[in-house]
Design a protein around this ligand. Structure first.
Ligand code: HEC
Length: 174
């Protein structure tokens, strides 16, 4: 017969021993003791959106090179020669993107501007001497960043297209 005091002790010791046995695996489960378990899928390089190595564009993708935003204080130089093709493209783009406000001849009397309040600022006369004397880069910036109440058109025209418009706009004052 076990004496009553001894029984309590036994129960206590058994519970303690079982408890310790149970907690040992928990040390591993909760990474208190870390073991590099063999795993497959979950160990691999992964990159969140906007993160990680940027993939190069496809070789035949449309090019968007050239200075879309110039370095501080510098006016970009015009990389597109004003040849017949550039002027033809520029004219078409001008009709689509500029003529609504500036008018087909660039005199600032486009159909949209005629709807504006009488005291609203008018679209600039692109044939004016003041603008004819501006550099290509300044005109390019006006198109890219907007000017006063004129909105920026950098989302409508890519870099090459903007230079084509610049080349064409130059011919308006001639
Ligand atoms: C939504 C109407 C609108 C469109 C579209 C628009 N412009 Fe303008 N533009 C204006 C207005 C208005 C001004 C005068 C802004 C001011 O003085 O506050 C202006 C001013 C200008 C100026 C004069 C900037 C200066 O230095 O005084 C140039 C150059 C110009 N626009 C070129 C263009 C070209 C090129 C396009 C087409 C790619 C174009 N704009 C499209 C409304 C427009």
């Amino acid at each position: 017969m076990i004496p009553p005091g001894g029984l309590l002790r036994r129960i206590f010791l058994t519970v303690a021993a079982v408890g310790v046995l149970f907690s040992i695996p928990l040390l591993f489960l909760f990474d208190v003791v870390k073991i590099n378990w063999r795993s497959n899928m979950e160990v691999q390089a992964s990159f969140g959106p906007q993160e990680g190595p940027r993939r190069l564009p496809a070789a035949d993708a449309v090019r968007f090179d050239g200075p879309s935003v110039p370095k501080d204080g510098q006016l970009p130089a015009n990389p597109v020669p004003a040849d017949a093709i550039s002027l033809q493209r520029g004219r078409q783009l001008f009709v689509t993107h500029c003529a609504v406000c500036h008018g087909a001849d660039g005199k600032g009397n486009g159909p949209v501007a005629q709807q504006w309040k009488a005291d609203a600022k008018r679209p600039a006369d692109l044939t004016a001497a003041r603008l004819a004397n501006q550099s290509d880069g300044a005109l390019y910036l006006t198109i890219s960043q907007g000017f006063g109440i004129m909105p920026p058109l950098n989302e409508n025209l890519n870099v090459r297209e903007r230079w084509d418009v610049v080349n064409y706009a130059r011919t308006l004052s001639k």
